[in-house]
Ligand binder design. Structure first.
Ligand code: KG4
Ligand code: ZN
Length: 327
């Protein structure tokens, strides 16, 4: 069974063809970083216009690389949300139109659920329950994954998502967008003990996240100072380490509370090698799964892959299905 998946929730226009949930025949991602960099973040209206320009060429490239035609596709899938509504509509409506025109089924996929499918895509004989840890530009959540089809959100962020905190901190340091990779790069040359940063604790909710105070602490620490390159590296290293220590502490706590020793990481921030090392050092005794290269940042292979399993489990969606934007 061949699934064509489309992803357009934010600033990546992506299309992938995946066979039976795990064999990736193509995974085309067109990033809009160049477009948004000048503004220091994603401008929704510009993102939508770029999606409109790119969606058809990106789909055509995915078909070409997979060496198939539209007629070979068995199921059309698209991200249904959460994300920028206008942006989602472009990929979602394209998938619905293709489904209608070609008489093939359609299914809408939750983008966050797909991030948690990415690390499992090539894992055989996985046992549930797993503790899902979503670390992306829009989300920071702990999820009790009872099966591939039953997710219960345990906690989330009460303010900034972790990727958002990386991006905003990078902006404070006058680093280009997106900030996550820039912070990681600088942090490699910095001293993480130079600044005593700490992520927020949420009163009465020890598993919830709060990163806006951490970002503000960076702002105050460097206020009115002209930082040298070395000092910027120290800030980046201290910030990054504090953010990840918080994630690891809460993940380990949740694993204990939910009696779950399998951890599944998803989302763009999991690209960070320092996070992966820290987790292995501190909690390597827990069985854990990371997305492979090409599947951690926004992509359509995770959409097409999860779509295969969800379609087998619950069938397709009717074409009057709406996009959603709730978290
Ligand atoms: O999952 P994703 O591609 O999009 C969303 O669903 O939000 O995540 C994008 C986020 C951005 O905030 C970006 O700065 C962050 O992931 N990111 C990183 C790294 N690579 C991307 N954060 C920290 N370290 C990285 N290496
Ligand atoms: Zn994402």
């Amino acid at each position: 069974m061949l699934v064509l998946g489309i992803e357009s929730t934010c600033d990546e226009t992506a299309c992938a063809v995946v066979r039976k949930g795990d064999e990736i025949l193509s995974n085309v991602i067109s990033s809009q970083i160049d477009l948004h960099a000048a503004y220091g973040g994603v401008v929704p209206e510009l993102a939508c216009r770029r999606h409109i320009d790119l969606i058809i060429p990106v789909i055509q490239q995915a078909l070409d690389e997979a060496k198939i035609n539209f007629e070979d596709v068995d199921l059309f899938a698209a991200s249904q949300g959460p994300g920028l509504v206008g942006a989602i509509m472009i990929g979602f409506n394209t998938a619905r139109a293709l489904s209608l025109a070609l008489g093939k089924p359609f299914i809408g996929i939750n983008h966050v659920d797909a991030h948690l499918y990415a690390p499992l895509m090539h894992t055989k004989n996985l046992h549930f329950p797993c503790l899902g840890v979503v670390l992306s530009g829009g989300h920071t959540s702990l999820i009790n994954m009872k099966s591939l089809f039953s997710y219960e959100t345990i906690s989330g962020t009460v303010d900034d998502a972790i990727g958002e905190a990386f991006d905003k901190t990078a902006k404070i340091l006058s680093l280009p967008y997106p900030g996550g990779p820039q912070i990681e790069m600088l942090a490699k040359q910095g001293n993480r003990l130079a600044y005593q940063f700490r992520a927020g604790r949420v009163k009465g909710a020890p598993l919830h996240f709060s990163f806006s105070g951490l970002k503000t602490a960076v702002l105050y620490a460097i206020k009115d100072k002209e930082l040298s390159f070395e000092e910027k590296c120290d800030v980046a290293a201290s910030f990054q380490h504090a953010a990840f220590q918080d994630v690891i502490d809460k993940t380990v706590l949740a694993a204990k509370q939910y009696n779950c020793s399998r951890i599944v990481f998803g989302g763009g921030v999991t690209n960070n090698q320092h996070l992966r090392r820290m987790f292995s050092e501190q909690a390597g005794h827990l069985e854990h799964y990371w997305p492979s290269v090409g599947l951690s940042l926004d992509n359509a292979a995770m959409i097409a892959g999860l779509a295969y399993h969800q379609y087998k489990h619950r069938g397709g969606d009717t074409l009057d299905k709406e996009v959603f934007t709730f978290i």
